[in-house]
Design a binder for this molecule. Structure first.
Ligand code: NAD
Ligand code: ZN
Length: 360
């Protein structure tokens, strides 16, 4: 058993509390990882607020990490102690019907099919103050050590800087893949990205990599424009600068609406606005943001031919694709480093959340 620090969420609506925890050794088919760095994704904030379904408290959140394998359980063959890895919040068991379909990246062992608050044998490896603590999406990266099933780990290049590539664990992969895999953005097309956090900025990078001709970036925080432009946005607009709805503004800017739109915020109204911003005939709108509210919308929006899609983890088949994406980063195919705004010591994790909520 390893004693280390972890950030525990004891109950919804409370800040994280950095505690001494015990992390039990990996059982058969499991891997214990020393987490070196972790990003903060808005989905972790949904957890703290209690608005992400299927999460059980007390829990150690965090799902955008990178680390080094410390030990392996019986039968584990794909990683060994000392390997650099990314724990995968979307596993890839390789055996379920969805994993066997080459067009799908949604493994049936994922959180949305079955809660991942306990490891597959329905027990926890995490204890604090003699209480069992729940895992989060199996990965719980807000801990110095964590235990995950082997099929939720991707081995990456030994040269990868862990304090940067942790972003492949969620934000970057999700936004970039939403453009490349889910929308399949075509060269010369027009795109609109709603929300310019880590996920939306990565979608901008994906549209740019797919050689979109015009990328309209939409955010109510004007401070996000400079970075969006640096990453490839051609126009930055703030819905608060206009009297009319933003979908009308975008439709006027482009004639018929964009070819592809992305919602990376997580509000029902911006999901509808993103849908209505794309071309009524051939437009594709990809929903990335997470919300627990229901949506009502005018079905005519779809009747004329628009496509409305969702994406989980940017459509990547996680175990196969994340190592390749990390290698592309090492070959300087995209500049992930520009997404990193602050680097804090672990003890300041709550300060990290304050920066996220303040739009910084
Ligand atoms: P973030 O908080 O860093 O960014 C959100 C951005 O949206 C901010 O810049 C904010 O100013 C902007 N915004 C808020 N309200 C707006 C409005 N009405 N109009 C325009 N812009 C507005 O969040 P993030 O970490 O980038 O995550 C974005 C969303 O994606 C979250 O809902 C998160 O849960 C979700 N997410 C989904 C997946 C997936 O697999 N589908 C993966 C990761 C994150
Ligand atoms: Zn995430």
């Amino acid at each position: 058993v390893i004693k280390c620090r972890a950030a525990v969420a004891w109950a919804p609506g409370k800040p994280l509390s950095v505690e001494d925890v015990e992390v039990a050794p990996p059982k058969a088919g499991e891997v214990r990882i020393k987490i070196v760095a972790t990003g903060i994704c808005h989905s972790d904030d949904h957890v703290l607020k209690g608005s992400l379904p299927n999460v059980e408290f007390p829990v150690i959140p965090g799902h955008e990490g990178a680390g080094i394998v410390e030990s392996i359980g019986e039968g584990v063959t794909s990683v060994k102690p000392g390997d650099k890895v990314i724990p995968l919040c979307l596993p890839h068991c390789g055996e379920c019907n969805f994993c066997r379909n080459p067009d799908s990246n949604f493994c049936q062992k994922s959180h949305i099919s079955e809660p991942q608050n306990l490891l597959p044998d329905k027990t926890s490896r995490l204890t604090c103050k003699r209480k069992q603590i729940h895992h989060f999406l199996w990965v719980s990266t807000f801990a110095e050590y964590t235990v995950v099933p082997e099929y939720a780990v991707a081995k990456i290049d030994a040269a990868a800087p862990l304090d940067k590539v942790c972003l492949f664990g969620c934000g970057f992969s999700t936004g970039y893949g939403a453009a490349i895999n889910t929308a399949k953005v075509k060269p010369g097309s027009t795109c609109a990205v709603f929300g310019l956090g880590g996920v939306g900025l990565s979608a901008v990078m994906g549209c740019k990599a797919a050689r979109a001709a015009r990328i309209i970036a939409v955010d109510i925080n004007k401070d996000k424009s400079a970075k969006a432009k640096e990453l490839g946005a051609t126009d930055c607009i703030n819905p608060r600068d206009f009297k009319k709805p933003i979908q009308e503004v975008i439709t006027e800017m482009t004639g018929q609406g964009v070819d592809y739109s992305f919602e990376a915020i997580g509000h029902a109204d911006t999901m509808i606005a993103a849908l209505a911003s794309c071309n009524m005939n051939t437009g594709v709108s990809v929903m990335i943001g997470v919300t627990d509210s229901e949506i009502s919308f005018d079905p005519t929006l779809l009747l004329t031919g628009r496509t409305w899609k969702g994406t989980l983890f940017g459509g990547w088949r996680s175990r196969e694709c994340i190592p390749k994406l990390v290698s592309s980063y090492l070959e300087k195919k995209f500049n992930l480093d520009l997404l990193i705004t602050h680097t804090l010591p672990f003890a300041k994790v709550n300060e990290g959340f304050e920066l996220l909520r303040a739009g910084k």
